[in-house]
Each structure stands twice: as C-alpha cells, then as structure tokens.
Design a protein around this ligand. Structure first.
Ligand code: C5P
Length: 223
C-alpha cells in the first residue's frame, strides 16, 4: 500500500500538534527547511518518539565530501528518508550511498514547481520525460533507493525501469484546490494509479479546517 507523507511546511506549534494528534497512524512526516533550520531536533525527535518515519527533505546538492558529511549527520538524527539532488552528480551520489546505512536515499529529479519555461531558463532543453529518465537511471544505477518526481513522470519511470525503486510524488491536490506554486499537480487517485509509492502532501492537509480529519479521509482513500 502507498504511504502518505505529510510535508510539515509550517510553524513548530502546528507541526507538534499534528504529530501528537496523529499518533498511531501509519504516516511519514517530512521536515524541510522551514522547520529544520529553526527548530531542528525539537521536531525531528518528536516525530521519532511518536513512532513515525522521519523524512528529512534536505535536498542535498554540494560537493561529494559535503554531501557525505551531511548525510552522516542526518543519520544521527534518525532520518528514515533523505533527499539529494541527482544533479549533484555521480560521485556525490556514490559517497552518499556509501554512508547511508539504513537511510532510504531519494534522488530529486526535477522540482514539480518547474514548468517548461523555467526549465529553459536553467538550460534544460531536453524533453522533460527524457531528462527525468536520465536522472533516475543515474540515481538508481549508483544505488539510491528511490526517486522524487511529479505524477506526470512516475508512470513512465515505473514502466521503463526494471529495478524496484520507491517513487515519491509531491504536487498532489485534492478536488478543487489551487496548484499555487506547483506546476505539475495530479490528484490523489491519479498518483496512486500512476505508481506512486509515497505521496507527499503539504498544504492540502496543513490548511484544512480540521487537518486530522483530512488525514483520516486521505488514508481511507489510499487503503
Ligand atoms: O504543499 P505541497 O503539497 O505543494 O507540498 C509539497 C512538498 O513536497 C513541499 O514540501 C516541497 O518542498 C516538496 N517537493 C516538491 N517537489 C519536489 C520535491 C519536493 O514539491 N520535486
């Protein structure tokens, strides 16, 4: 069954409240820059203490030695999943794999917020699908556990890549919700049908009138 990962892109108060209220549900909590930079262990320890999986969305992108050291620190925090930009290159990926231990290392292909014009801006003129496939093949050949991609690419990756891997899909919106800064959004059911293993959802849950109820509804739809 696919897992739900809640992106805790919020303040410490709401994050701790959600973690406390959702105890016992099969969830992954994703901590990104907003919380991690300011609050660090105040949130990561609580996620682990409450029995959840910790997804540290560090999106590592640096020289190999710096990536390696960063991953070692993430491991010390008890991270279950850590992200790294595949475009950091083969050697950075290789060094990360070397020290990852049980951490599931997820390669970020292209951000789901990048549309066609944004890609041209940063010099990516190759067909998007081809580019994501290229990055995914590199990541998985080096030994990463999974790839973060949009719902638009997950299907083709699952079809073309023989090796089993975790497909992590952000950019999911419920009926009638605005895409906001995301350019490549899919619905919950589409993400599932297309082969997502981990569905990352932030604002759809955080901005709900009753976030706990919203999570319960989503979990029912995933079952
Ligand atoms: O609020 P929303 O559901 O759009 O949040 C999506 C989350 O997934 C954010 O935390 C964002 O950093 C993350 N993410 C993404 N696109 C990627 C990788 C991660 O949106 N390619």
């Amino acid at each position: 069954m696919a897992k739900l990962c809640i992106a805790l892109d919020t303040n410490l108060h709401q994050a701790l409240e959600l973690v406390r209220s959702l105890r016992g549900y099969p969830l992954v909590f994703k901590v990104g820059y907003k919380l991690f930079v300011s609050h660090h262990r105040a949130i990561t320890d609580k996620i682990k203490e409450n029995g959840f999986e910790l997804f540290l969305d560090l999106k590592l992108h640096d020289i190999p030695n710096t990536v390696r050291e960063g991953l070692l620190s993430a491991k010390d925090l008890g991270a279950d999943y850590v992200t790294i930009h595949i475009s950091a290159g083969r050697e950075a990926l290789r060094q990360a794999v070397e020290v990852k231990g049980k951490v599931k290392l997820l390669g970020v292909s292209l951000l789901t917020s990048l549309g066609e014009e944004d890609l041209k801006d940063v010099g990516i003129c190759e067909d998007r699908e081809k580019h994501v496939m290229h990055l995914a093949n590199l990541a998985l050949s080096v030994g990463l556990d999974g790839v973060v991609c949009s719902g638009y690419e997950v299907n083709i990756l699952k079809q073309k890549i023989e090796k089993p891997f975790l497909a992590v899909v952000p950019g999911i919106r419920l009926e009638g919700e605005p895409a906001e800064d995301q350019k490549r959004v899919v619905s919950l059911e589409e993400a599932l049908q297309l082969g997502a293993d981990i569905l990352v959802m932030g604002r759809s849950i955080l901005r709900a009138e009753n976030p706990v109820k919203r999570v319960e509804e989503i979990l029912l739809r995933l079952a």
